[in-house]
Ligand binder design. Structure first.
Ligand SMILES: *Cc1c(COP(=O)(O)O)cnc(C)c1O
Length: 420
C-alpha cells in the first residue's frame, strides 16, 4: 500500500453486512477444549439455575415448555403470543396437539403485550403467555406476570433474541416461569440451529428436563447436517462471504416481491425437527460463549454511539429499554412517522449491503401462509391488532454489526434524512 493511503474500504457492492450483530464463530471452537461446558458457562454468566437444557432450536425449547405445561394442566389449551413476533412461535404452539395460539396486540411503538388486550384474552383456558424480548430489548414482565397470575396461566419468556440481556441485574427469562434462548443463525451466539431452555422453579425445571429427554431424541443425520451448516457459516460469516450466503437470496426474493422469504420468515412444520443437539456443536458453543460477554459489551458501546446519532433525527424513534434494564444490541429498531417513509428507506437500503432490514415481514395475523389455523384466530377488522400492525408498518432495523463503521452508518442516516 502506498504511503499516505489508509486501507481502502470494501468497494461498493462487494460487501454485505449481516442484519444482526452475531458473534463470529471460528473453526478453532470445534477443537479447543472449553474451560466449562456450555450449560455451566451459561449458569455462571447469567445466574441460571440448574438444569440448563440445551435443545435443537429455540422453537424446540418452546415446544418442550408448552408440552410440559400442558401435561400439568390438560384442561387449559390456549397460548397467548404477541401479534408481532417470529412466526415460529405460532408454529411451535401448533406442534403441540390440542393447543391453539391467540395473538395479543402489542403496545403502540413497542414490543410489550398491550395490557388491556392481554387482560381481555386471558381466561381459565389460558395455559401460557409468551412475551418476547425482541431485538435484545427487555420487555415488561411485571404487568404480564400480574395478569397471568390472576387467570392462573404461566409465563414463558421468549428471549430468543436477548441472550445476555438483564433487567435489574437479573437475566431475562427468570422473571417468568420459564425462558428460552435461540442459538439460530442471526442470534447473538449461533450453533446454526440451537436453543436453551430453563426455569427459575426447581420443580418445573425437573419436569422440563424430563420432557426434553423424552421429546428430543438423538438424530445423527440432522446433527451432521447442522454441523456442516455451522462450518459453512464459520467460513462465510464475513462482509464478502455474506454477499453470497445472505445477500444473493435476499435480492432474489425481493426481486420476486416475496418479503416473507426475503426476511426468512417462511417456515413449515417440517422446518422444526425435534431432536437433541450434538456434543461437537455444544463444544463450539462453549468456546464461543467465552468471547460473548466482551462482544456484547462492545456492541453496547457501539449502540450508545449510534443511538446518540439516531436521536438527532427528528421524527425517528428507536426502541429502547427502561432505565433499570440493560439489554443487548444486535440491531436497532427504528420507527418512522409512517409506512411511506419506512418503505422509502427500505426501498433504498434493503439491498444496499448495509445491514438494513425488516425484523419480520408482517404482524402475525397477516402471514397468509400461517392462515387462521396458524394463529387460531381470525385476522379481525381494521382495528384489530392495531399496535402490532402499526409496528410492522413503521419499523425497520439497522444492524449493530462490528462491520458497520461510522462511514457506512452515516450513509444510512443520510438516506433516512432524505426520506423524512
Ligand atoms: C428466532 C426466534 C425464535 C425461534 O428460535 P429458533 O432457534 O430459530 O427456533 C422464537 N422467537 C423469536 C422472537 C425469535 O426471534
Amino acid at each position: 500500500m502506498p504511503p499516505g493511503f489508509s486501507k481502502p474500504a470494501l468497494p461498493a457492492g462487494s460487501f454485505e453486512l449481516p442484519p444482526t450483530a452475531g458473534l463470529p464463530a471460528v473453526f478453532g471452537d470445534f477443537i479447543r477444549k472449553p474451560a466449562r461446558a456450555f450449560t455451566l458457562g451459561l449458569q455462571d454468566w447469567l445466574g441460571l439455575p440448574e438444569p440448563v437444557i440445551p435443545t435443537c432450536s429455540g422453537t424446540a425449547a418452546l415446544v418442550v415448555a408448552l408440552k410440559t405445561l400442558h401435561q400439568r394442566a390438560p384442561a387449559k389449551n390456549q397460548v397467548i403470543i404477541p401479534a408481532y413476533t417470529c412466526p415460529l412461535v405460532a408454529l411451535a404452539v401448533k406442534l403441540v396437539p390440542g393447543l391453539s395460539a391467540l395473538p395479543c396486540d402489542t403496545v403502540r411503538g413497542g414490543i410489550d403485550l398491550a395490557p388491556e388486550a392481554l387482560g381481555a384474552l386471558c381466561s381459565e383456558r389460558t395455559l401460557a403467555i409468551v412475551p418476547a424480548h425482541l431485538g435484545g430489548r427487555v420487555a415488561d414482565l411485571t404487568r404480564v406476570c400480574a395478569i397471568a397470575k390472576k387467570c392462573g396461566a404461566l409465563v414463558i419468556e421468549d428471549a430468543a433474541q436477548a441472550m445476555g440481556a438483564f433487567n435489574h441485574g437479573v437475566s431475562v427469562g427468570l422473571a417468568g416461569d420459564a425462558g428460552f434462548f435461540s442459538l439460530a443463525v442471526g442470534k447473538g451466539l449461533s450453533t446454526y440451529e440451537g436453543g436453551v431452555l430453563f426455569s427459575r422453579h426447581p420443580d418445573l425445571s425437573a419436569e422440563l428436563a424430563a420432557m426434553a429427554k423424552k421429546t428430543l431424541l438423538p438424530d445423527f443425520f440432522r446433527n451432521l447436517r447442522r454441523l456442516l451448516e455451522l462450518a459453512g457459516y464459520m467460513a462465510l460469516y464475513s462482509p464478502s462471504g455474506l454477499r453470497h450466503a445472505y445477500g444473493r437470496s435476499l435480492r432474489r426474493e425481493l426481486a420476486r416481491g416475496d418479503e416473507v422469504r426475503a426476511v426468512g420468515d417462511y417456515f413449515t412444520l417440517e422446518d422444526i425437527p425435534l431432536h437433541s443437539p450434538d456434543s461437537l456443536r455444544l463444544r463450539a458453543a462453549a468456546n464461543a460463549l467465552e468471547r460473548l460477554p466482551a462482544f456484547l459489551a462492545q456492541g453496547r458501546m457501539r449502540a450508545e454511539k449510534y443511538l446518540a446519532e439516531l436521536r438527532k433525527l427528528e421524527g425517528v424513534a428507536v426502541v429502547r429499554d427502561n432505565p433499570d434494564a440493560n439489554g443487548v444490541w444486535p440491531f436497532f429498531m427504528a420507527l418512522l412517522p409512517g409506512k411511506r417513509e419506512r418503505d422509502d428507506i427500505l426501498r433504498r437500503l434493503w439491498t444496499s449491503g448495509l445491514g438494513v432490514s425488516k425484523l419480520f415481514a408482517h404482524a402475525l395475523p397477516d402471514y397468509a401462509y400461517l392462515g387462521e389455523s396458524g394463529t387460531g384466530s381470525p385476522a379481525g377488522g381494521p382495528e384489530a391488532y392495531s399496535g402490532a400492525r402499526d409496528f410492522a408498518a413503521r419499523m425497520f432495523t439497522i444492524t449493530n454489526s462490528p462491520w458497520l463503521d461510522e462511514e457506512k452508518f452515516s450513509g444510512i442516516v443520510a438516506v433516512m434524512r432524505e426520506s423524512l
